[in-house]
Design a protein around this ligand. Structure first.
Ligand SMILES: Cc1cc2nc3c(=O)[nH]c(=O)nc-3n(C[C@H](O)[C@H](O)[C@H](O)COP(=O)(O)O)c2cc1C
Length: 401
């Protein structure tokens, strides 16, 4: 997404040690970040680290005007497109709920008109205390968003709800808060990754698809407010924020999962690289060398897998269905044939003969091939950029209906 101005407010909880990692995650995503600390936060994290990572003076004192030209607390409140409080202490939540403004962070929070996202972190009993829960309800009713806390082992020795969400999850939630909810009300089904077709108990036939493209689409759709289910093939990628994941490592499992989720979906994007063939009779134990015939050759009989895209296109109704085509030559012609054969609304074609795009890498150069034979060629983009372009096109298609 485009670079945005994010004020990272850090309060005095043990999880403040994760703030530099969060700052780096936000900067890596291209955002401009300024940091503001409560006096207590300084006991847990070094302002010098935050200053070095943000490239900006860290704001700490309400009455410290800062360097010449530094903006004041109202300027800071107005500058921010999002105020992200991570970690948010129980104390800070209480101050926000009651409108206290006795330090820089709480004053900025009272003055800002930007959306506010808090990532609470505290002892399990502090979190479940009625005071904290009432404060949370007040904040939510005013439109403050909350990410976490998560359950787990806490720094204080207790177990339970109270851990701050991990920095990558908070960064994704921050971006989602900044993204217009242009897909609100849509239910998006995305498939991603290659499939692994069993030969025996341990071996599979698979392909080079990493799943990164489909995961990027699922993440972007969730940011835009869609309800997203991601049917993931054989991939160990982490589930994007706000996405429900169903694992389906083989073609047959993927068909079952897609058909189970299809009914509820309004948009289906099939980015998975599903194997065309599978071993007809996989062994339910590990094949040993001794099992091989004297010739030393193992013959595998392959049978065709179901064509999931064609199958759902036949019953698609008012849904928007997008297919992917990975082609190594005659890319446009092959994609046009695929589109005509299957009857989907759009084919995204990648030229996998290129070294810099397609399988395993983070970037992709794709063509959008439309039913009216029009072809749109996109430049080499990050997969997140391709995902955004694709969803822009799908939104336009949906708006026309
Ligand atoms: C070692 C230590 C760890 C603490 N961890 C937390 C915490 O994780 N969450 C929390 O809400 N308060 C925690 N506190 C209490 C806060 O630091 C305290 O409430 C403080 O007033 C918060 O100030 P602030 O909200 O202005 O930053 C901790 C205190 C100490 C001494």
């Amino acid at each position: 997404m485009d670079s945005r101005r994010i004020l990272l407010a850090i309060t005095g909880g043990i999880a403040a040690y994760k703030a530099p990692e969060l700052l780096r995650a936000l900067r890596k995503r291209g955002h401009e970040v300024r940091c503001a600390l409560t006096p207590e936060a300084e006991r847990f994290v070094s302002p010098l680290v935050l200053q070095s990572l943000s490239g900006r003076t860290v704001r700490r004192d309400l009455f410290d005007a800062g360097e010449e030209g530094e903006i004041d607390h109202i300027g800071l409140a107005d500058w921010a497109e999002l105020v992200l409080v991570a970690p948010a202490t129980a104390n800070l939540m209480a101050k926000m709920a009651h409108g206290l403004a006795d330090d820089l962070v709480s004053t900025v929070l009272l003055a800002t008109r930007a959306p506010v996202l808090i990532a609470p972190a505290m002892n399990v009993h502090m979190w479940s205390h009625p005071a904290t829960q009432t404060n949370l309800a007040i904040l939510r009713s005013r439109g403050v968003d909350c990410i976490g806390p998560e359950a787990g082992e806490l720094a204080c020795g207790w177990e339970g709800l109270g851990r701050m969400s991990d920095p990558a999850t908070i960064a994704a939630a921050a971006e989602a808060r900044l993204t217009p909810k242009s897909l609100a009300g849509e239910r998006v089904l995305v498939t991603a990754g290659g499939t692994a077709e069993p030969i025996d108990r341990v071996r599979t036939i698979t392909n080079r698809s990493s799943g990164k493209m489909g995961f990027a689409i699922a993440a972007e759709a969730a940011r835009r407010g869609a309800e997203v289910v991601l049917v993931a093939g054989a991939t160990s990628l982490e589930t994007p924020w706000g996405v429900r994941r169903v694992d389906a490592p083989s073609a047959l499992a993927m068909r079952d999962a897609v058909l189970a989720e299809f009914e509820a979906a309004s948009i289906v994007i099939k980015a998975a690289a599903v194997a065309d063939f599978r071993p007809e009779a996989p062994s339910d134990r590990k094949l040993k060398k001794e099992d091989l015939p004297e010739s030393g050759r193992l013959q595998l009989e392959l049978v065709q897998n179901p064509d999931i895209l064609a199958e759902i296109c036949r019953i698609k109704g008012a849904r928007t269905v997008v297919g992917f085509a990975a082609e190594s030559h005659d890319v446009v012609a092959a994609a046009q044939r695929k589109l005509a054969r299957k009857g989907c609304d759009l084919i995204v074609a990648n030229d996998i003969s290129r070294e810099d795009s397609g399988f395993e890498v983070d970037r992709n150069a794709v063509l959008f091939v439309w039913p009216d034979q029009q072809v749109e060629e996109l430049p080499l983009l990050e997969k997140s950029g391709v995902a955004a372009q694709l969803l822009d096109r799908i939104e336009k298609l949906r708006a026309k209906r």
